[in-house]
Design a protein around this ligand. Structure first.
Ligand code: SAH
Length: 220
C-alpha cells in the first residue's frame, strides 16, 4: 500500500490499533470488521491538514460540503450489514472519500459504489487505485436509482439520510438481503431493512447524523 502522507505514516499503524481498541470498548464486536478497519489507512482519505485527526472518533469535512463518516459509524454500519455472515455483492450509495468503500472491499467479494458529485469521485477513484483495491466498481450517478444492471444485491448501505428508502433500492435488494441506512429529518436514526419472502421488515436503531441524500448528479 502506498502511504500518501508519509509524515504520519510511521505512527499510523499504532494510532489505527488504538482506534480499533476504542471501537471494541464502544461495543463493536465483529472481529472481521475490526480487522478490516485495522488494515485500511484512514488518514489518506482526508486532506493532509486533517490527517492527524483521521483516527479520532469524529466525522471530518472532505470537500464539496460532504463529510467522512466517523470510525464508529463505519464500524457500526459494517457490522450491521454483515450480521455475522459473509457478504458477496454489496451496493453503497454515497462513496464520498471512499473510506467506507475500502472497508467494505475487505469484508465483501464485490463492492459497487455510487457517488453523485463527479469531482469528488474522481479523487476517490485515484485514491482507491493507489491502494490497489480491485474488487470495487465506482459509478458517477444518482444512487437513488440504484444499479439495475448489476442487481440484485445481498447488502445495500446508504451513507446519506432521507425520509424513505427509494423504491429502486428496495427492489434491488435480494430476498435474504439487508440494507443499512440513516432515516429521518431533524432527528435521524440508523435503520436496518431485511427482505424475506414475506416482504420487508424494518428495525430502527440509535440516533445518528448524516448529510442528506440528494437527487441528480454534479458534473463539475
Ligand atoms: N461514506 C462516505 C460518506 C460521505 S457523505 C465517506 O465516509 O466519505 C455522503 C455522500 O453521499 C456524499 O459524498 C454525497 O455526495 C453522497 N450522496 C448524496 N446523495 C447521493 C445520491 N443520490 N447518489 C449518490 N451519492 C449521493
Amino acid at each position: 500500500m502506498s502511504v500518501k502522507h508519509s509524515g504520519i505514516g510511521m505512527t499510523s499503524q499504532r494510532t489505527r490499533m488504538r482506534m480499533i481498541e476504542r471501537l471494541r470498548t464502544q461495543g463493536i464486536a465483529d472481529e472481521i470488521v475490526l480487522t478490516a478497519m485495522g488494515a485500511i489507512p484512514r488518514h489518506i482519505f482526508v486532506e493532509e491538514a486533517l490527517a492527524s485527526r483521521a483516527y479520532e472518533d469524529v466525522s471530518l469535512p472532505i470537500n464539496y460540503g460532504q463529510t467522512i463518516s466517523s470510525p464508529w459509524i463505519v464500524a457500526r454500519m459494517s457490522e450491521l450489514l454483515r450480521a455475522n455472515s459473509g457478504l458477496s455483492k454489496v451496493l453503497e450509495i454515497g462513496t464520498g472519500c471512499g473510506y467506507q468503500t475500502a472497508v467494505l472491499a475487505q469484508i465483501a467479494k464485490k463492492v459497487y459504489s455510487i457517488e453523485r458529485i463527479g469531482p469528488l469521485l474522481t479523487r476517490t477513484r485515484i485514491r482507491l487505485q493507489e491502494l490497489q483495491i480491485r474488487n470495487i466498481h465506482l459509478k458517477h450517478a444518482d444512487g437513488m436509482l440504484g444499479l439495475a444492471e448489476v442487481s440484485s444485491f445481498d447488502a445495500i448501505i446508504i451513507a446519506a439520510v432521507m425520509t424513505h428508502v427509494p423504491a429502486p433500492l428496495l427492489e434491488q435488494l435480494e430476498i435474504g438481503g439487508r440494507m443499512v441506512f440513516p432515516k429521518g429529518t431533524q432527528k435521524q436514526n440508523l435503520c436496518v431493512i431485511e427482505r424475506t419472502v414475506q416482504g420487508y421488515t424494518e428495525t430502527v436503531l440509535e440516533e445518528v447524523n448524516f448529510v442528506p441524500l440528494l437527487s441528480g448528479v454534479i458534473k463539475k
